[in-house]
Design a protein around this ligand. Structure first.
Ligand code: FAD
Ligand code: SIN
Length: 522
């Protein structure tokens, strides 16, 4: 049985950053279900928000922008703590060797929706790739870190697995996790003093998403089954602009393009954003996504366009080389053509509830990055605050976990995974069909605009899928696809239930049957 001080699940910015810090004084395992770089982090484009030029910007402005985007539901103290740490955390990345784009010897600061100043530190339009590659290389050569690629964390181990009734316990403890070694189809028991969920988001629960296939909400689903507190799941962020070409698989067109001056137009050529919000293209994302949705529905169109043709041709290509290259695959020249765009699911604001140290409601279990609900995003995340949140909570959690490691003894008597009475799967079609069905129902009924009726329909269909898949799961040997489907069904349940429980429209949660809280769309 592998035994570690810290078991980190996930190899995105949150997991890698935690591991690098914690390994200074502890032995760390990272388990990750794909190759190390296959993360949401790798696909991040726009950058990391941080106040880097105090001559024009201020911490108060970044805090205020974050609170405004969060529509009244942010935790002010959590936001403030994070914003003040941003310059130090960004400098640490540069010390690791991350190369951000500079101009005249200074960091080139971009602007995105909801930001009142230029404060987005970026590596051209592929920031995540640069950060992930540098950190992954460091982690892989670190003597105190063991990386287990293609290892899928299935269940958190708690008193439940020791045969105790957890509902009668004053506190549940986490002792590690059951992990499927995908290559050898073997379940391994990982024992750890502390377990850190850094499993990212859950965009895969929607038919159209900017997220890679790994984003199936596994950490949140595992924590939910282990009875951790989960919150704010109704706040799913839809990114306004993804490439509207079927083969492009919702490729993101960064908000930084709008920050650079690109304009949204409908099929009639009208620049419509100012009629929805005085901030126009740079209004917070929920407003821009709903405005586009409104245009599509009102006009019966399938797409709107992002127009950068009035901007300097060479500088547009220099700033957005990755996007220029991707669009050119579909015959679109970003400097000469309008880019067809539609919204897609992008980011989950809710997740495992944690305190200021990243601690969940289960003892010795932390959650960091997109998996966590820290209070910094409230009802809507401000652009480029996500990578910052991952860095900040990895920092806080690693300090806390190291300081309290002596309070968490290793459990040596953990039982092996019990797969008696199960058979090899013989109904793959059930798994693939149900995944597609779930994604479509979430897109149609629990998307950008919701209603009580749509949510009720979604819940009825979700319950059928739940029953079918639980029955199949109980009889079948575990496989990554089955585990993901089961987790996605739990995520769908949590989003629908949270959406039904919120009797108002607020931030990213917009229900036609309730008034908008805080501000209105038009
Ligand atoms: P991730 O980077 O998603 O990593 C999750 C890890 O967990 C992966 O390694 C995954 O394989 C692993 N994992 C999941 N489940 C399991 C399991 N069961 N067992 C083992 N391993 C598991 N944010 C910004 O701030 N700025 C941006 O410019 C920006 N651009 C974005 C562009 C795109 C296209 C996307 C999709 C997101 C963007 N975001 C951006 C959001 C941001 O990238 C993510 O929120 C952030 O990277 C999350 O980091 P993370 O470490 O929490 O999770
Ligand atoms: C983008 O580059 O538009 C994405 C930024 C983010 O999700 O924060």
């Amino acid at each position: 049985m592998p035994s570690y001080d810290f078991l980190v699940v996930g190899s995105g910015l949150a997991g890698l950053s935690f591991a690098l810090k914690a390994s200074e004084r502890a032995k760390v395992a990272i388990v990750t279900k794909d190759r190390i770089q296959e993360t949401n982090t790798w696909y991040a484009q726009g950058g990391i928000a941080g106040v880097m030029n105090l001559d024009v910007d201020s911490f108060d402005k970044h805090i205020e922008d974050t609170l405004v985007a969060g529509a009244g539901l942010c935790n002010h103290e959590a936001v403030s703590n994070m914003v003040y740490q941003a310059p130090r955390l960004i400098q640490e990345l540069m010390n690791y060797g991350v190369g951000f784009t500079t101009k005249d010897g200074h960091l080139d600061l971009g602007k995105e929706g909801g930001h009142s100043e230029h404060r987005i530190v970026h590596a051209a339009d592929a920031t995540g790739r640069e950060v992930e590659n540098v950190l992954a290389t460091k982690v892989k050569s670190h003597p105190n870190i063991d990386v287990y690629e293609y290892h899928f964390a299935m269940e958190l181990i708690t008193e439940h697995h020791l045969g105790k009734k957890v509902k009668y316990l004053p506190k549940i403890h986490c002792f590690g996790a059951y992990v499927l070694d995908i290559e050898h189809s073997k379940v391994i028991t990982f024992s750890a003093k502390k377990t850190i969920l850094a499993t990212g988001g859950a965009g895969e629960v929607y038919a159209h998403t900017t997220n890679p296939n790994i984003a199936t909400g596994d950490g949140i689903a595992m924590a939910y089954r282990a009875k951790a507190k989960i919150d704010h799941m109704e706040f799913v962020q839809f990114h306004p602009t993804t490439l509207s070409v079927p083969e492009a698989d919702s490729f993101l067109i960064t908000e930084a393009m709008r920050g650079y001056g690109a304009v949204l137009r409908n099929t009639g050529g009208e620049a419509f954003m100012k009629s929805y919000d005085s901030r126009g293209e740079l209004a917070p994302r929920d407003i821009v996504a709903r405005a586009i949705d409104d245009q599509l529905k009102k006009r019966g169109d399938k797409t709107v366009f992002l127009d950068a043709t009035h901007l300097d041709e060479q500088s547009i290509r220099n700033h957005f080389p990755n996007i220029a290259q991707e669009c050119s695959k579909y015959g679109i020249d970003i400097a000469k053509d309008w880019i067809p765009v539609v919204p897609a699911a992008h980011y989950l604001c809710g997740g495992v509830v944690v305190d200021e140290h990243g601690r969940s409601s289960i003892e010795h279990l932390y959650a960091i990055g997109e998996t966590a609900c820290t209070g910094v995003h409230g009802a809507n995340r401000l652009a480029s605050n996500s990578l910052l949140e991952a860095l900040h909570y990895a920092d806080k959690a690693s300090n806390h976990a190291l300081d309290t490691i002596h309070l968490a003894p290793i459990q040596n008597n953990l039982p092996d995974w019990d797969e008696s009475g199960t058979f090899n799967p013989n109904e793959w079609v059930l798994i693939s069909h149900n995944r597609e069905e779930l994604k479509q129902l979430m897109w149609d009924y629990v998307g950008i605009v919701r209603s009580d009726l749509r949510l009720q329909r979604a819940l009825r269909r979700q319950s059928l899928l739940y029953e079918e898949v639980e029955d199949y799961y109980n009889r079948t040997r575990v496989s990554p696809k089955l585990l993901e489907l089961r987790n996605l069904i739990s995520i769908a349940y949590l989003i629908i239930q949270s959406a039904m429980a919120r009797k108002e429209s607020c931030g990213l949660h917009y229900n036609l049957d309730y008034e908008v809280h805080g501000r209105t769309i038009s």
